[in-house]
Design a protein around this ligand. Structure first.
Ligand SMILES: C=C(O[C@@H]1C=C(C(=O)O)C=C[C@H]1O)C(=O)O
Length: 421
């Protein structure tokens, strides 16, 4: 049995800041913001948790057991691992949790809170928030990046991959990733991360998952799937070029990307596969035949929004099973590309490039792809940044190195700007 207390109010001026301070105080929590529809979700504590490989039921069984309770207004938060081929640890292993408290701020700035418990408890939202209102922002400590480490041999491994693609006509595309490790002198702050993301990345999702000393942060532009009232929304995001606002060259670069055969081919793989895989789960599907440009702070992508009506009884996780990993994150064909990634990427991906987000117990929700992301360990003060690029046989290792450099920027800039806060 799960009981729910709930309430609704107008958000006060500084209330989001207090709510973020509260998030920093909890061992387990989450923040999920979709800037497109103006919704923010905050999750605190865990009433129930699913972690892979802990001898529990599999995820679907866990979700079904919760869903059978049929409690309205109940959301789970979390992420699944990119693939189960490589062992990851801690948060990077993936976890889903039913929080003790959820706060939802909608686009009208109305705040809805939902408190869950297994025993009937009374709950006073204002009383809960009070201690976090008086908390002063953490004392300023001059922070700095002590060391930065990149995978210097990545270009060489990418050249090898390009050779393999040339020699293996059946292998069409592999999304190849690398990491950058930054050692910081002192800690980051969760309220500042979210404030900065809002300032710097106006056009992306803002996601933070917290499990003890581990945080996963993402400013992803990429929706994997959103399900609401029988409608399904997904998108192909693949094909990348830089921006150049300084000299007003964004438009010219976007045109170049639109006309580039390599990028258009890479994009079309993704559209085709999504289209094919959604057939069984949908009644209607609308797939535009040409991409448009999606502009983020640092890069522009080819973007095809795809939408439709789902079949009855299909949940968001059925869509995840079909869609993940799309060729935008894995490659084509998927199994061979995944095996290549497993063998040739230096580190396991964990939840990088994997589904992360929020779902309710009726099967609706929104999951995004955890890219433009970092893992931060507040004990060791190490940040691991992730970036990958789709490699085809006519790719250039040098260009893909530069593309992945650009894809590090959202997290790199977030950190660098926070050092001066
Ligand atoms: C893998 C990443 O990005 C993916 C790869 C892209 C590409 O190769 O053009 C574009 C968007 C994402 O689907 C990343 O940002 O790390």
């Amino acid at each position: 049995m799960i009981t729910v207390n709930s309430g609704c109010k107008k958000i006060k001026d500084d209330e989001l800041q207090w709510l973020l301070q509260a998030l920093a105080a909890y061992d387990v929590g989450a923040y999920f913001e979709s800037t497109q529809d103006g919704h923010m979700w905050l999750a605190y504590g865990e009433l129930d948790t699913w972690i892979k490989g802990t001898g529990q039921k599999n995820f679907k069984q866990w979700y079904q057991a919760l869903s059978s309770l049929d409690v309205a207004h109940t959301w789970i938060f979390g992420a699944q691992q990119f693939s189960d081929q490589k062992p990851s640890h801690g948060l990077m292993q993936g976890r889903w949790f039913l929080p003790k408290l959820v706060v939802h701020i909608d686009s009208n700035q109305s705040l809805h809170w939902y408190q869950y418990s297994r025993t009937r408890q009374t709950f006073d939202y204002e009383q809960w928030l009070a201690p976090f209102r008086t908390m002063t922002a953490s004392v300023k400590i001059k922070n700095s990046i002590l060391t930065q480490q990149d995978e210097q041999d990545w270009r060489q491994r990418t050249t090898q991959l390009i050779d393999t693609l040339k020699q293996t006509p059946t292998l069409k595309k592999v999304v190849f990733a690398r990491q950058r490790h930054l050692q910081l002198a002192s800690n980051l702050s969760i309220p500042r991360i979210i404030s900065r993301l809002k300032q710097q990345q106006a056009n992306t999702y803002h996601v933070l998952l917290k499990s003890d000393h581990e945080w996963f942060v993402s400013a992803t532009p990429e929706r994997l799937v959103k399900l609401v009232n029988h409608h399904i929304y997904t998108a192909a995001v693949a094909g990348t070029i830089q921006r150049n606002q300084q000299y007003n060259r964004d438009e010219e670069l976007a045109q170049h990307l639109m006309q580039d055969t390599k990028n258009r081919a890479e994009h079309q793989f993704v559209v085709q596969q999504i289209n094919q895989q959604l057939k069984d789960l949908t009644l209607t599907l609308n797939v535009p035949d040409k991409p448009v440009i999606l502009q983020n702070q640092q890069v522009q992508h080819l973007y095809t929004p795809i939408s439709g009506i789902k079949r009855p009884k299909v949940t968001i996780f059925d869509f995840v099973d079909k869609l993940h990993p799309t060729p935008a994150l894995g490659g084509m064909p998927t199994t061979t590309a995944l095996a290549y990634i497993e063998q040739h990427e230096k580190y396991p991906r964990g939840i990088f490039a994997a589904p992360v987000g929020i779902a309710n117990l009726q099967g609706d929700g929104e999951l995004v792809v955890g890219i433009r992301a970092m893992h931060f360990d507040s004990q060791t003060k190490q940040a691991k940044l992730f970036a990958g690029a789709g490699i085809l046989q006519d790719s250039s290792a040098e260009e893909e190195w530069r593309e992945t450099d650009l894809k590090f920027l959202p997290m790199q800039q977030l950190i660098e700007d926070m050092l001066n806060d």
